[in-house]
Ligand binder design. Structure first.
Ligand SMILES: [Cu+2]
Length: 450
């Protein structure tokens, strides 16, 4: 059986990856944006996940996530664990349908009014829970009963009132983190305390618990978080950056750490260092809106002290065989053309304001746009005052909200912060950074392309 073979290959690679070098994937499968899925694509997702449900897979993943929750959140293991976990799920799904890939949900596209997202349609992921138990009655998992931690319907409880979801994180905030953070630990904290948490909390119910994998949303959301990590790895040209606190108490993260696992979902002791580069060691996938896996393994494998690896030359990929790598990239903020437009507009709108260097250091390096230098009357830049005007309870919209103004995200729910044992002041710091950036952009001539 093909799958057994793959397991043996992976286990072998896990123990020998350092000794024998990386193994290159023969085939690369492409994960698509959830926004690009048609009704018939969703029907296909439904038939695959229903079979997995009958096979008891959802319980396995929910139980494992619950068991090792404390070592894979609030630590550097956050990224590699979830990368490996999603691949495991996807491999099982592909035993049922060999063309299946986990769609990723770029939630920045829906951040203003998440409840109106096409991804939450009844034909897709379904909407809010219903009745006193908040049972999910629509979408690919409509009316399911799951077995972990006890027999219950899958619950959803949107974070806002009247079926609304409080605003998530704008794409511009994520772009800023992507540009600023040179250490993985910083990027991990920025992502975990913003887009990662906001989306879990926004859906509520099972999605906001330690056993979140009960809701298929989990896999789509974490595919997106993984995509953001891969974008960062490429943007920073640091594939092997792995620093900060590791998975165990007080220990420094190290590429030779074993990826946390359980008896129910095991990775055969596979090391963190083996999952850093897509296209190798069983990470045989790509995203339709991110750089493809490199053709050659970008070695050497970082610094042995775990301090994160040197800068690596990126080799353009051409050699991998890809099933269905699309030539045109989907629309929205995951679209590379939109990202380019965003960057160009930020460059023009912020010009030489101090905030540009602080929030978008890579844009600042480009200098002022040429046409500004020749303009008859240069645009007037309002001084950047670092004014913090974020809403208290969360979900507040900027006071002078215009159609284009960026919206403040909701504050991270206290319950969520406690459940993870996060330091509240660290979470607040990330929140304030996001708000200050939103103020900066809203006080300029910037118009978001999203
Ligand atoms: Cu998780």
């Amino acid at each position: 059986m093909a799958f057994k073979f793959l397991v043996i290959a992976l286990a072998t690679c896990a123990s020998l990856v350092c000794a024998q070098g990386p193994s290159r994937c023969e085939d690369i499968r492409v994960r698509r944006s959830a926004h690009s899925l048609s009704d018939s694509d969703w029907a296909n997702v439904q038939s695959v996940v229903s079979q997995m449900h009958r096979d008891g897979q959802f319980e396995r993943f929910a139980q494992t996530h619950d068991q090792i929750f404390d070592s894979v959140h609030g630590h550097s293991a956050f990224f590699p664990f979830h990368r490996r976990f999603i691949v495991e799920f996807e491999n099982l799904a592909r035993e049922i349908d060999p063309s299946f890939t986990v769609p990723y949900w770029d939630t920045t596209r829906d951040y203003r009014r998440p409840e109106t997202s096409a991804v939450l349609r009844p034909q897709a992921l379904g909407g809010d829970g219903e009745g006193p138990q908040r049972c999910l009655q629509s979408g690919v998992q409509g009316n399911w009963t799951v077995g972990f931690p006890d027999r219950h319907c899958i619950r959803r409880q949107f974070s806002g009132s009247g079926g609304a979801i409080l605003p998530w994180i704008p794409a511009e905030v994520i772009s800023s983190f992507m540009q600023r953070d040179q250490q993985l630990a910083d990027f991990r904290e920025h992502i975990e305390f913003s887009i990662h948490g906001a989306t879990h909390i926004g859906l509520g119910g099972d999605a906001a618990t330690r056993y979140a994998p009960n809701d298929f949303f989990f896999f789509m959301h974490h595919a997106n978080i993984d995509r953001l990590w891969w974008l960062w790895q490429n943007d920073q040209a640091r594939f092997f950056a792995y620093d900060g606190p590791g998975g165990s108490q007080g220990a420094q993260a190290h590429l030779s750490d074993a990826i946390p696992e359980s008896r129910a979902v095991s990775f055969g002791g596979q090391q963190v260092g083996s999952v850093m580069v897509l296209g190798f060691n069983g990470m045989c996938y790509a995203y339709d809106s991110a750089p493809p896996p490199p053709d050659m393994y970008p070695g050497p494998v970082g610094n042995d002290d775990g301090s994160g690896g040197g800068r690596i030359k990126i080799t353009p990929a051409t050699g991998h065989k890809s099933n269905n790598m699309p030539s045109a990239i989907n629309s929205g903020s995951s679209n590379m053309a939109s990202r380019a437009l965003e960057i160009a507009r930020i460059r023009t709108a912020l010009g030489e304001q101090e905030g540009l260097k602080e929030y978008f250091p890579k844009v600042a390096l480009l200098g002022a746009p040429a046409r500004m230098a020749n303009a008859a009357s240069p645009p007037v830049h309002r001084p950047y005052t670092h004014q913090y005007k974020c809403g208290g309870g969360g979900g507040a919209r900027p006071q002078a909200a215009t159609k284009q103004a960026l919206v403040y995200p909701a504050r991270m729910a206290e319950k969520w912060v406690k459940m993870h044992g996060f330091k509240p002041e660290r979470v607040e710091k990330v929140y304030r950074e996001a708000c200050r950036l939103i103020d900066l952009l809203n006080n300029s001539t910037y118009v978001s392309p999203y």
